[in-house]
Design a protein around this ligand. Structure first.
Ligand SMILES: *Cc1c(COP(=O)(O)O)cnc(C)c1O
Length: 389
C-alpha cells in the first residue's frame, strides 16, 4: 500500500529510543505492579486534563465500567437506571452500561457532527434517566450548552467517553472558554489502546475526575475492592494499569498536543484540497483532534474499490452499530425485515435512522504519522478524480 491507513511502528518511531529506555528501567526496577511510574503517569494526566485526580487502569472499557460500578457502590446509580448514550459509538460505551445492569438509552446523534447534542438528549430524557454518557467520537468534543444545562437542571451525572479525544478542548458557550475533554463532566474514561492518538504499547486506560469519593472508589474497585492491603471494602476487580505501560506512556504524554496538531494539519490539507461533490467532509472546530478523519458518501463500496486500486488505505468506523449487533439482537427489539432498505450492501432499518445512515456511508481516511502532508495532498487529488459511473 503506497498510502497505508496506519502503521503503529511509524507512529512510535520518534519515541523508539526513549520507549526502549523506559521499558528497560521498569525491567531493571524489579517493581512490576504500581509504583513511581504509575503515580507519575497519574499526576501528569490529571495536570494536563485539568482534573484533581487520574487513576491508571487496564483499558478504556474497564475505565468506563469502573466509573459506573463506582457510582453503583456510592449509591449515585442503581440497577435499572437509565443512561443516555449516542447510538453511533464504538460498542464499548454501550457494553459498559449494559454489563452492569444499567439501561442504555440509545440516541441518534446530530447528522452533521456525528455527536450527541442537547436537542436529542432533551427528547430522550425520561424520569428514569440518571446519567448521560457523551462520546467525543473521532476526537470531536461532544458537548453543548443545552446538554450541560440539562445535566444541571435534572441533577444528572455527566460521564465522558474520552477514549478518542485525549487533549481535545471544548470551546462551547457556557463552558467558560476552553476546557479539556476529560474535565467537562463528573468523570471521564480514557483509552490508550495503541491506535488512539496517544497509544500505549498494549492495553491501558484511565479515569479522570475531580470528585475525591469517586476517585477513591475507582482506585479501590480496580484493586480487588481493597482500600488498604487485605482490607476489602467492595467486591472489586483487578483492572490496574501496570508500570510498564505507565512508563511507556510517560514518554508519550508530553507529546499529546504535538501528535494532535499533526493530525489537525493533515485534516486541514484534506479540508482545503478535497472538492469532490460526492464526498461530504467532516465539519471542523478548533478543539477537534481528528482521531479519525471520517468522510461520508453514498457511493462507499465503489469508493473503497477505487481507493484500493489507487493504493490508499482506508477503514470504516464503524460498519455495524451496536443495536444491530448479534449480541444485542434481543435487547433493542429486532428490526422488522420488511422496513429494511439497502445502502451499499448495508441494511438500514430506520430503528435509529441517523446512526444507521452514518454507519452505511462513513469512511475513514489515513491520518497519522504514516501519512505525510505531501501524501495527504496526493490522497486528496486521488479522491477528487473519483467519478463512478
Ligand atoms: C477505544 C474505545 C473504547 C475502549 O477502549 P479500550 O482501551 O480499547 O478498551 C471505548 N470507547 C470508545 C469510543 C473507543 O474508541
Amino acid at each position: 500500500m503506497r498510502y497505508p491507513f496506519l502503521d503503529l511502528a511509524d507512529v512510535n518511531r520518534p519515541y523508539m529510543s526513549e520507549l526502549k529506555a523506559a521499558a528497560a528501567r521498569v525491567i531493571d526496577s524489579g517493581r512490576y505492579i504500581g509504583g513511581e511510574e504509575c503515580s507519575r503517569f497519574e499526576a501528569s494526566l490529571a495536570a494536563m486534563t485539568g482534573t484533581e485526580f487520574a487513576i491508571g487502569v487496564s483499558n478504556g472499557l474497564d475505565a468506563l465500567r469502573l466509573i459506573l460500578a463506582s457510582y453503583l457502590c456510592m449509591g449515585r446509580l442503581h440497577q435499572g437506571d437509565q443512561i443516555i448514550v449516542p447510538a453511533n459509538t464504538y460498542i464499548a460505551s454501550i457494553l459498559a452500561i449494559t454489563s452492569l445492569g444499567l439501561d442504555a438509552r440509545l440516541v441518534d446523534p446530530d447528522p452533521v457532527t456525528s455527536n450527541l447534542c442537547g436537542d436529542a438528549v432533551k427528547e430522550a430524557l425520561t424520569p428514569q434517566t440518571r446519567a448521560i454518557m457523551t462520546v467525543h467520537l473521532y476526537g470531536r468534543p461532544a458537548i453543548d450548552k443545552q446538554l450541560t444545562d440539562l445535566v444541571r437542571e435534572h441533577n444528572l451525572l455527566l460521564i465522558e467517553d474520552n477514549a478518542q479525544a485525549i487533549g481535545a478542548a471544548a470551546h462551547t458557550a457556557g463552558i467558560n472558554g476552553s476546557r479539556k475533554t476529560g474535565a467537562l463532566g463528573h468523570a471521564a474514561a480514557f483509552s490508550f489502546y495503541p491506535t488512539k492518538n496517544t497509544g500505549a504499547l498494549g492495553d491501558a486506560g484511565a479515569v479522570t475526575t475531580s470528585d475525591a469519593e469517586l476517585a477513591h472508589t475507582v482506585r479501590a474497585l480496580a484493586n480487588y475492592g481493597s482500600d488498604i492491603r487485605y482490607h476489602n471494602i467492595f467486591r472489586g476487580f483487578n483492572c490496574r494499569m501496570d508500570p510498564m505501560q505507565a512508563a511507556l506512556l510517560n514518554v508519550k504524554l508530553p507529546h499529546v498536543s504535538e501528535e494532535n496538531n499533526l493530525r489537525r494539519e493533515l485534516a486541514a490539507i484534506y479540508a482545503s484540497q478535497i472538492n469532490n461533490p460526492l464526498l461530504r467532509l467532516p465539519s471542523d472546530e478548533p478543539g477537534h483532534i481528528y482521531h479519525q478523519y471520517v468522510i461520508h458518501t453514498s457511493r462507499r463500496a465503489e469508493l473503497m474499490d477505487y481507493l484500493t486500486a489507487n493504493s490508499v488505505g482506508h477503514d470504516i468506523h464503524y460498519p455495524v452499530p451496536a443495536h444491530l449487533q448479534p449480541c444485542y439482537s434481543n435487547r433493542w427489539s429486532a428490526p422488522g425485515q420488511q422496513h429494511a432498505t439497502d445502502i451499499e450492501g448495508y441494511l438500514i432499518y430506520d430503528r435509529l435512522p441517523v446512526t444507521e445512515k452514518l454507519a452505511a456511508t462513513c469512511l475513514s481516511l489515513p491520518i497519522s504519522r504514516s501519512t505525510s502532508p505531501e501524501d495527504a495532498k496526493e490522497i486528496a487529488t486521488i479522491l477528487n478524480r473519483f467519478e463512478p459511473d
